[in-house]
Ligand binder design. Sequence first.
Ligand code: NAD
Ligand code: LMR
Length: 341
Amino acid sequence: SHLRPPTSQMEEVSILRGSNCRAKGAAPGFKVAVLGASGGIGQPLSLLMKMNPLVSVLHLYDVVNTPGVTADISHMNTGAVVRGFLGQPQLENGLTGMDLVIIPAGIPRKPGMTRDDLFNINAGIVRTLCEGIAKCCPNAIVNVISNPVNSTVPIAAEVFKKAGTYDPKRLLGVTTLDVVRANTFVGEVLGLDPRDVNVPVVGGHAGVTILPLLSQVNPPCSFTPEEISYLTSRIQNGGTEVVEAKAGAGSATLSMAYAAAKFADACLRGLHGDAGIVECSYVDSQVTELPFFASKVRLGRSGIEEILPLGPLNEFERAGLEKAKKELSESIQKGVSFINK
Ligand code: NAD
Ligand code: LMR
């Protein structure tokens, strides 16, 4: 029911040994599935999840190339057992029993496109995958990466509502790359190690909906109006910067895999019971009047345990918030109508 490496010899050896040919030492841990595992994000993300000591089982699902990706990653001598699943008929086996499902499936942008231009294809992909999740692992934490995130998260919520499995605490849109970029660019301006910088980025994950709160940077600091204008624009257009540099060959994959692995690790540490895990994420929210909004959330054993308030915004950020809400509201509505049309 799933892909395995050519094993006849391995099985023979294992019968003689009376073992199951599995290396010992794999700590008990969480079961994680990557849907879209053969893609530009999926491959390095799967590699990073195979390196995560909290992962005991790693399922790699895609509609192409999972036999090769699985064989390759399965040779890494880390704890997680890797299994591959190819094509729709194997989706359900790939999802059964999962604690965390990460979704980077879908087409990426080319120069000149907005993330919303991906809606027509990616909305259907996310719907199908979420129908599988509702059926096979309704209690899993779901991390949605596929764009447009501002609409695909509402799509996932509507699919789960229809199936009667919706738990807003377990559905999270991945906006970590915006924070990763913001920390890098602010670190460059301030001359600080980017690992020591923390910039809250709220709103959503497209253009003006990406709202860095530069007044709340940690460590506390101040910027000139020119720096604020440069940083806000660079953070909001970080995705487009990569799309243009790749010149038709796709969008951010490597920095995204890093960001997704960082976010998934935070979700797993929360599930594990670690305290004080706070990340920005696009979630079902009451922080504004919109049904979904990205802000800091505290992660724990049940997924999102608390949505933190936005904190004090300056005048520039309040104006940005109004612009962000206008676009977000339309993107949310578009996602909701896609399922309920
Ligand atoms: P890619 O084309 O390299 O890979 C996508 C993978 O999805 C492919 O392997 C493809 O076979 C697979 N796929 C397609 N249909 C599928 C289905 N029905 N089920 C399972 N897998 C399926 O693209 P990429 O560069 O990896 O980007 C993937 C998505 O992530 C895009 O929508 C992109 O816009 C988005 N993205 C989001 C962020 C973010 O910050 N949230 C950042 C970067 C990219
Ligand atoms: C990003 O921010 O890099 C992603 O959303 C991909 C894109 O299309 O920009």
